[in-house]
Design a protein around this ligand. Structure first.
Ligand code: DC
Length: 222
């Protein structure tokens, strides 16, 4: 069984997917991390985000792969574990920018489909229900208001002791949504057969419980 969770930045996809993967014994695949690894390469090589040809050529040269250590997904870029380097806002924004290019998407989609081929996965991203795993048994479109998503990100950064500005975060999220939803190549949208779940006023536990029940209805879980 495969579970697809799509939605905009900050909707809680990875938190929810990680919990469910643990509860159901599925493998969690974070596809955003793969786009982030690609973005890290572009940043390190100082390639401009608008250089489609150069970025498409780089796709041919680089190797992105996934391994699991203690159940945690690790992303490797040309053999280097880059998990510690891909969480910065700068990398997330560059990931959104490079993910508009079809060559980037083709390479990472193929890798994601291979991962799901013979394992039960919970995969999160932007195009999982629509393009990567159109046959997934459970499809969720997880969203939340822009303000709720910005507030969560703000609280996260505050907890880490990083200085941040709520309005700047909100604008950043809006800009990312706009690009992810309006690109030509597999834009972020709710698949026709996906269940719309708004987490603005729900706790993590409530959201997990809803998806767990949907999975149970489709398979042999309790
Ligand atoms: O989920 P995230 O913030 O780690 O994703 C970073 C960017 O990568 C996101 O803004 C758009 C892109 N992305 C994508 O285009 N398709 C996916 N399946 C996952 C991420």
């Amino acid at each position: 069984m495969n579970i697809a969770i799509d939605g905009p930045a900050g909707a809680g996809k990875s938190t929810i997917a990680k919990r469910l993967a643990k509860e159901l014994g599925f493998v969690y695949v974070d596809t955003g991390a793969m786009y982030r690894a690609m973005a890290l390469y572009v940043l390190e090589q100082e390639i401009n985000a608008s250089e489609e040809e150069e970025i498409s050529a780089a796709v041919e040269e680089i190797d992105i792969s996934i391994r699991y250590q203690d159940g945690e997904q690790q992303v490797f870029l040309n053999g280097e574990n880059v998990n510690g380097k891909i969480r910065r806002e700068e990398v997330g924004n560059m990931a959104s920018a490079v993910s508009v290019y079809p060559k980037v998407r083709r390479k990472l989609t193929a890798l994601q489909q291979k991962l799901a081929a013979d394992t039960d996965v919970i995969m999160d991203g932007r195009d999982i229900g629509t393009c990567v795993l159109p046959g997934a048994e459970v499809k969720i479109y997880l969203t939340a208001s822009t303000l709720a998503r910005a507030k969560r990100r703000y609280d996260e950064l505050q907890a880490k002791g990083e200085s941040c500005d709520l309005e700047a975060i909100r604008l950043d999220i809006e800009e990312r949504d706009e690009r992810d939803m309006n690109r030509a190549a597999s834009p972020l949208r709710q698949a026709e057969d996906a269940f719309l779940l708004d987490s603005s006023d729900k706790t993590i536990e409530e959201v997990v419980a809803i998806i767990r029940e949907m999975a149970a209805a489709k398979g042999s879980f309790s």
